[in-house]
Design a binder for this molecule. Sequence first.
Ligand SMILES: [Zn+2]
Length: 533
Amino acid sequence: MKKSIFIGIAFSFSSIAFAQKPITPTDFGESINPKDLYRHLSVLASDDYQGRETGQKGQKAAAIYIANEFENLKLSPAGNDRFFQTFELVKKTLAARKFIVNQQVFNFGDDFFCSKNISNINFQSNEIVFAGYGIVDKKRNDFKDYYVEGKVVVILAGEPKNKKGLYLLSNSKEKSEWSNKNKKIAAIQKLKPKAILVVDADYAKFAKTYKHQMETPSMQLAENQKKEPEIESKEKPLYACPVITINDSVATALIAPNNKNIAKLRKKYSKLRSIDPFLLKSTLAANINFIEESFNSENVIGYIPGTERPDEYVYITAHYDHIGVIDNEVYNGADDDGSGTVGVIEIAEAFALARAKGQGPRRSIVFMTVAGEEKGLLGSQFYTSNPTFPMNNAVCDLNIDMIGRVDDAHKKDSNYIYVIGSDKISSDLHEINEKMNNAYTHLNLDYTFNSPSDPNRFYYRSDHYNFAKYNIPIIFYFNGVHEDYHKATDEISKINFPMLSNRTKLVFYTAWEIANRAEPLKRDKKNDFENNR
Ligand SMILES: [Zn+2]
């Protein structure tokens, strides 16, 4: 350690003014180095940790490793069980998926799909009503006065067109509002049917995506699952029956077992005056069931109390979970987000060193590694709704997710980092990050993904977003996606450690300045990402 620090401290004790304390962050920032980062990552991104899948052994082992590091650095625990903040998750896995029409069995995905946000579907019915396009409008009412409560309703997707290709309801090339599937479904839900089957001519276009979505087990926070909608609204009616999309083969079996071509039926219904709905002579048995399991996961949280403003909290976050083992291959997630996790540990060490030398941060710094990120930012969502420290007292969140690699756009000049969100809530935060980079790390700060119109929508895709929702200033540090993103090849051998080290330092210096400056971060911007959700 350089001698000048001790002179600096002696000087600062004699001066009362808050802003005059000399700050020498490099003495601590330089403790962040490739060797230490490698040491931590070679553990966390090794096969022993089984890809750190949320709720699995590997994730829990990683949590213990991080907590031990925090303990060694003498951080104060900020979880509910020492450094651990435990939360309950529910995992939903698709089990039964049967659809039988008149004894003919149809296959999930190939022939029918539904959205994942459903409860179990189990029914058998021979009260199945075909109601044309299912439009409920003054110009055209496909239900007439037909009573469909408790019955299965089959409708055609979209809206009818005439021979000239004009939409019947608008009599033009413009679609009417009845092309909006949600609007149509909401109108039919009011009639309280048992289920709605939508025959989609474009079935194949969406089926693959939905099949994959349904077959991938999902997780959510148990506390969110318990929340039932209490108030009826246009978007969320209290009564909502299952909606299942079916292809032409299922529709033919249901509606026209003797009619080879469902296209004929579509044509027949392309007249403005609707045809009366009618009861089909078919029976349908549907079983689409999920198995739900609940289990616990952990965020790991430690902090260094501020020396002068302990009630103001600067967060430094990264997710330590990854996607586990798939088809016997371990997905080690060295970059995603092993790199951010070891970054947080190293930044914690730098601040711990500073404190040991009497240069503890003036504001509190919270070091938080979260789980459940890969399942939908769940760990950070749980923290922000069950915070250890009041959210009103959060100064900012500096979130690190993937900073150990170089993306295709920067193959020629790897000295860069994408900075996302820095200017959206606080102009101070943006300026500090730039100032610290100019002074210490000299990276090219790339703002490509900082636009609300960017199609990648990275701003919404990591844990800082849960902080931004509370209008807390955030920065998301990110190296961009690369060929090994979410692949088993995201390995430590491909990490650029000098780059990881320098980027980690930028986060440290930025945190240092925010924690030690006299003024709070002003929140002077209207977040333009908020209008774009
Ligand atoms: Zn990630």
